[in-house]
Design a protein around this ligand. Structure first.
Ligand code: UDP
Ligand code: MG
Length: 318
């Protein structure tokens, strides 16, 4: 029996790269032994405002390997990946960005490792071309920071470019949390994981769809979903300030009772009120972040809403 490989490509305003991405992915799979492997490419249109959807649907019509999922609005990269994985039928699934920063031919190496018996094969970036110094530095610090904080080992310098075996994939898909940091969740499920190294290229065309705001959201999702350390820091800060206050009380009493020199101290008083007030707000903020997430999870909304699916009937007789 042929093995089916599913490729998941999240797309948000990717009209500039779409044609080339389609071509490079297709070329890659032509190089694969077609008596052993079949493939499907699922493009997830994450509420694009340009012609991406139209381009996807054109390909769905002309090529039986192509499927399209169209979201009702922009749900974000991590959710788009999840939707593609939910809807794929493959014995293995590969997630790849639409912008060709992850070279498609690396998938062939991943498949080789998969045949050797690995369940999850992620792409590890050795070089990253065409990224700003700011992005390189923040990414580097971020991956080290999150590993310090969290209990799972998230492999350093990896993105979402990876192959997953059906078994591992089903486990991953059983996790339905709304705040998703996919690479952390994949690390969490365990199994036999390995990596292939590659040089990350610069974006083929178009601009990044990850502005600072989305990067910060991804980072806070990662930290807050994979660790309680911020809460522990809050407790720790609480202890330190209480200790400071205790020393202050002892000092004030000694001054009042024994030394009787207590007129001054207004500055100290103001500073401590402001400092402690600030710390309380900070700690409340941290707790609030977690409470907000609990609220978000408890609503149990669907992770995404699909407006339409195209191309799924042809092979699967749905
Ligand atoms: N993406 C998405 N939804 C979003 C933002 C991005 O589906 O809200 C997709 C985008 O089309 C691309 C991938 O996620 O395929 C990674 O985005 P991008 O290359 O812009 O991020 P960067 O490489 O700059 O971090
Ligand atoms: Mg990119």
């Amino acid at each position: 029996m042929k093995k089916l490989i599913s490729i998941i490509v999240p797309c948000y305003n990717e009209q500039e790269v779409f044609a080339e991405t389609y071509k490079r992915l297709t070329d890659t799979f032509q190089a694969l032994d077609s008596s052993k492997y079949d493939y499907e490419i699922i493009f997830v249109n994450d509420g694009s405002k340009d012609t991406t959807l139209h381009l996807i649907n054109e390909k769905v019509k002309s090529d039986a390997h192509i499927r399209g999922i169209n979201f009702s609005r922009n749900f974000g990269h991590q959710i788009a990946i999840t939707a593609g994985l939910d809807n794929c039928k493959g014995d293995a699934a590969v997630v790849i960005d639409a912008d060709l920063q992850d070279p498609p031919h690396i998938i062939l190496e991943m498949i080789k490792k998969w045949e050797e018996g690995y369940d999850v094969i992620f792409g590890k970036r050795v070089e990253r071309a065409g990224e700003s110094a700011f992005k390189l530095l923040t990414a580097k610090l971020f991956y080290r920071f999150i590993n310090r904080l969290s209990d799972v080992d998230i492999p350093l310098d990896t993105g979402d470019f990876r192959l997953m075996d059906r078994n591992a994939l089903d486990q991953f898909l059983s996790m339905r949390e709304s705040y998703r940091f996919v690479r952390g969740m994949v690390a969490w499920i365990g199994f036999n994981q390995t990596f292939v190294e590659y040089d990350r290229e610069s974006r083929f065309a178009g601009t990044t769809k990850y502005p600072l705001k989305k990067m910060l959201r991804l980072a806070s999702d990662a930290i807050l979903s994979f660790s309680n350390t911020p809460l522990k820091v809050a407790t720790f800060v609480g202890f330190i300030t209480s200790f400071g206050a205790f020393v202050g009380i002892v000092y004030a009493l000694i001054m009042r009772i024994f030394i009787k020199d207590y007129v001054e101290g207004w500055t100290l008083l103001m500073i401590s009120i402001l400092l402690i007030g600030g710390i309380i707000l900070l700690v409340l903020g941290i707790i609030g972040e977690y409470v907000g997430r609990i609220y978000g999870e408890i609503k149990r909304r669907p992770l995404y809403i699909i407006k339409e699916k195209t191309g799924f009937k042809i092979n699967n007789n749905e």
